[in-house]
Design a protein around this ligand. Structure first.
Ligand code: NAP
Length: 277
């Protein structure tokens, strides 16, 4: 159902485009209700306008003042400067939705001091580009349940949405925001293994992509957990048992757990660098 909300995008890069594509495609809001802006790349704004029908910003502060939600979609090191430029136009009336990695809602609230601006932080992943993101969102101190519901509707157009406490967003970053890269890395390794065994690159690609997609679908649709599904295909002394035992000997599960923990830790470090904490 199309809502009547007006969205203002501060930042018009890759993630902004994925969001616009998903939101307009799913009719969450119509293209005319979206205004896009960036720092200096006017050609990029015209490109988005031509592709999706969104409006190019002409008078940023006036448009922000009229918007229902302002989406922060710039690199972490640009967000504080961007907020300083527009904070005079922000009030309690607008919702700020930030997809900026590592920047706490509290740091955003502090930049617009004086107004109790509701802020919601979202952590989508790169699969937003094909509307299959696993997005987690968390709310700042002034955001209400209805703000959460609206943001859930927005990000549902890009995949699944989970609400978590903000303290867990670094864990989310280590798990699902970094997650696609873990799977790409596994596919890279399996591609090499297949080729070493004599399969053509394209054959490996087709077999592996479909295998990964099918495994995800089994997990989603059978309601069975990963361990149970794995046990079902592991017969004594069979091929799965032979393969998995090599992974176990190499400490594969422990390595993955350490990777996720290190990525989560790094998310926290980066957040402190940006917020000056
Ligand atoms: N890409 C992903 O898959 C993904 C996933 C999750 C989260 N994120 C987060 O999303 C954010 C944006 O990532 P991205 O990949 O979309 O970056 P990007 O393609 O580099 O785009 C950044 C945009 O921010 C604009 N910008 C910078 N400073 C600005 C300012 N003061 N006012 C208005 N606009 C400003 C840039 O404008 P100019 O081009 O004119 O300089 C550009 O349009 C990052 O914080 C990232 O952590 C990205």
């Amino acid at each position: 159902m199309t809502t009547h909300k007006h969205l203002f995008f501060l930042g018009a890069g890759a993630i902004a485009e994925a969001m616009i594509k998903g939101i307009v495609g799913a009719h969450v809001v119509s293209a005319e209700q979206i205004v896009v802006s960036n720092r200096r790349n006017g050609a990029r704004l015209e490109e988005l306008s031509g592709r999706y029908g969104v409006r190019v910003s002409r008078d940023r502060l006036a448009e922000i003042a009229e918007a229902d939600a302002v989406v922060l979609a710039m690199k972490p090191f640009d967000v504080m400067q961007a907020l300083r430029e527009v904070r005079s136009a922000l009030s309690e009336r607008q919702l700020v939705v930030s997809v900026v990695a590592g920047v706490a809602t509290e740091a955003i609230e502090r930049q617009v001091e004086g107004a109790r601006v509701p802020v919601i932080r979202a952590m989508p992943n790169t699969s937003s580009f094909v509307q299959e993101s696993a997005t987690a969102i968390s709310r700042g101190r002034w955001a209400t349940i209805s703000h959460v519901e609206f943001v859930m509707t927005m990000f549902s157009a890009l995949g699944s949405v989970t609400v978590v406490d903000e303290g867990l967003l670094d864990a989310v970053t280590g798990l699902s925001a970094t997650g696609p890269a873990y799977f790409y890395y596994v596919v890279e390794s399996l591609m090499r293994a297949g080729q070493e065994l004599g399969l053509a690159e394209e054959t490996c690609w087709e077999l592996l992509v479909q295998t990964m997609y099918g495994a995800a679908k089994m997990l989603r649709e059978t309601g069975k957990g990963p361990e149970e599904l794995r046990r079902q295909v592991t017969s004594p002394n069979g091929t799965t048992m032979a393969g998995i035992s090599v992974l176990e000997q190499g400490g594969f599960q422990d390595l993955l757990q350490r990777a996720v923990k290190r990525a989560a830790e790094r998310a926290g470090e980066m957040g402190r660098e940006v917020s000056g904490g």
